[in-house]
Ligand binder design. Structure first.
Ligand SMILES: [Zn+2]
Length: 488
């Protein structure tokens, strides 16, 4: 009797999961009512054609966080074949990028369940730089890749598309023999059958959907000597391997340098993926950073080095520690830019930044333009809106975010600031963390309440003075800062 009553109560209380996680910049991104623990994603490339529509299946293992009568996934690809929940067919409809699933039986809070979407299809698009179409499921002359940040992973596969819900992944990629496939994580198997090869990868460290990489095509995959204990593998168009592979070897030094700054590399492998397309920057897809060939044909080789260091730094800041909401993206970009600059200073390559001599001069210049950056883009910790890609990934998040960290370094001193950084990537490894979490940890490490100090820096309409005052050494006047006001 007691059991029956409980069941009835649970059924009566079941409600639909929300269509979004309430992210101010992307209200419909992610979904409420469940927490994904693992994805099993399979993709099928039927032919050696980089423009082809691909098909796939994804199984989510998730835990209900409320009594669920219905739940949404995010998916904006072509078609959906079918949906099942716990092995039983489920009803589904689509509304924009929401895939709305009604299971045959309601899911009680705390219940662990599987949800499988079969026969979904997606067609890659040609990237268009400096537009929203630079990201997504992309076709290149040599194959397909994924650039999912911040919202575009849902173009390829259904999932809970928000960095607040990280999960482990198994990714199996089937393609005609002669092509290669690489995905985020470690290769765990390769099987050939009937002229098709299936490569399987496992990412046992939690990964956000926006950071998934899958590269399938006529690519050369080069396994390199490890960096410390981290295996390195690079992926480039096969026809450009001789030209590109030597340029990527510097990643080993960059990764080792970052480990010296903030501690052990958080994943089981690293590498670079270069595609022959105009992406307009790099992208920190987990364990395999994405670049375009244009970066490596420019004469400015030092700029490539800084960009690669930026993406390496993201593996700690942005990938291992993900943003709780997209307002927190300064924690990704501010940190990546901060370490890119520090690496340049320590390796004597700082001249690439508009001829400025060092970080002090650079940050003095950023400080002078900071009020204007805030007026144009919103404060560092609160980008104005998410309507367009560049509203979120704006210069104030990159240069302004790094300036906030530099101000904190000045206030705390280098040693204590470094302790904060190491504790941040240790305490929140594999998790999602917010600006509030960062302020709390900074206050704890500093032994003083930094809420007001950091709130002024992160949310003020005007820029506070640098704690020690902008250094006068080698001030670069109003010289332009090279290509730095561009996305990475
Ligand atoms: Zn970045």
């Amino acid at each position: 009797m007691w059991l029956t009553t409980t069941l009835i109560t649970a059924v009566l209380a079941a409600t639909p999961g929300s269509a979004g996680l309430g992210d101010r910049l992307y209200p419909l991104l992610g979904n409420g009512g469940y927490d994904v623990r693992n994805y099993e994603l399979t993709l099928f490339h039927a032919r050696t054609d980089p423009k082809q529509t691909v098909s796939g299946t994804v199984t989510l293992t998730a835990v209900a966080t409320q009594n669920l009568s219905r739940l949404d996934l995010d998916f904006s690809g072509d078609a959906v074949g079918g949906v099942s929940v716990e092995g039983r067919p489920a009803a589904f409809t689509r509304d924009g990028a929401e895939l709305i699933v009604t299971p045959g039986r309601r899911l009680p809070a705390g219940h662990r369940f599987t949800l499988t979407v079969t026969g979904f299809t997606a067609t890659p698009t040609v990237p268009v730089p400096a537009s929203d179409e630079m990201m997504g499921f992309l076709t290149t002359p040599d194959g397909t890749v994924l650039a999912g940040q911040p919202t575009a992973a849902q173009e390829l596969f259904p999932g809970n598309n928000h960095p607040r819900d990280k999960a482990t992944w198994t990714i199996a990629l089937t393609h005609p023999a002669g092509w290669t496939a690489t995905a985020s994580g470690v290769r765990t198997g390769t099987r050939t059958e009937g002229g098709y090869v299936t490569d399987t990868f496992r990412e046992a460290n939690p990964m956000a959907t926006e950071l998934v990489q899958v590269a399938v095509g006529d690519f050369a995959v080069r396994d390199r000597r490890p960096a410390g204990s981290t295996p390195i593998r690079d992926v480039v168009p096969r026809r450009l391997a001789g030209q590109l592979l030597p340029r990527l070897e510097q990643e080993r030094e960059q990764l080792t340098w970052m480990e010296g700054k903030v501690g052990p590399y958080p994943f089981d492998t690293y590498g670079s993926l270069v595609v022959d397309a105009e992406l307009g920057g790099g992208l920190e897809t987990q364990t395999l950073s994405l670049y375009d060939t244009g970066l490596f044909t420019e004469s400015d080789a030092m700029g490539v080095s800084q960009l690669m260091t930026h993406e390496v730094a993201h593996q700690w800041f942005g990938d291992s520690v993900s943003p709780w909401s997209w307002e927190d993206v300064w924690l990704n970009e501010g940190h990546a830019h901060y370490y890119e600059l520090l690496h340049a200073e320590e390796t004597g390559t700082f001249g690439v930044y508009g001829g400025l001599p060092d970080r002090a001069a650079y940050f003095a210049a950023i400080h002078r333009m900071s009020d204007q950056l805030r007026a144009e883009n919103g404060p560092v910790g609160a980008p104005r809106d998410g309507d367009e890609f560049f509203h979120v990934f704006n210069p104030n998040v990159y240069q302004g975010g790094a300036l906030v960290l530099y101000a904190l370094e000045k206030k705390l001193g280098a040693a204590r600031f470094n302790r904060l950084e190491r504790e941040w990537v240790t305490q929140y490894r594999g998790r999602s963390a917010s600006t509030r979490d960062f302020i709390a940890l900074a206050s704890r490490v500093a032994g003083q309440d930094l809420t007001r100090f950091l709130n002024d820096w992160l949310y003020g309409e005007t820029t506070p003075p640098l704690p020690a005052g902008p250094t006068k050494a080698g001030i670069g006047g109003e010289r332009p800062l090279g290509g730095e006001i561009s996305r990475r």
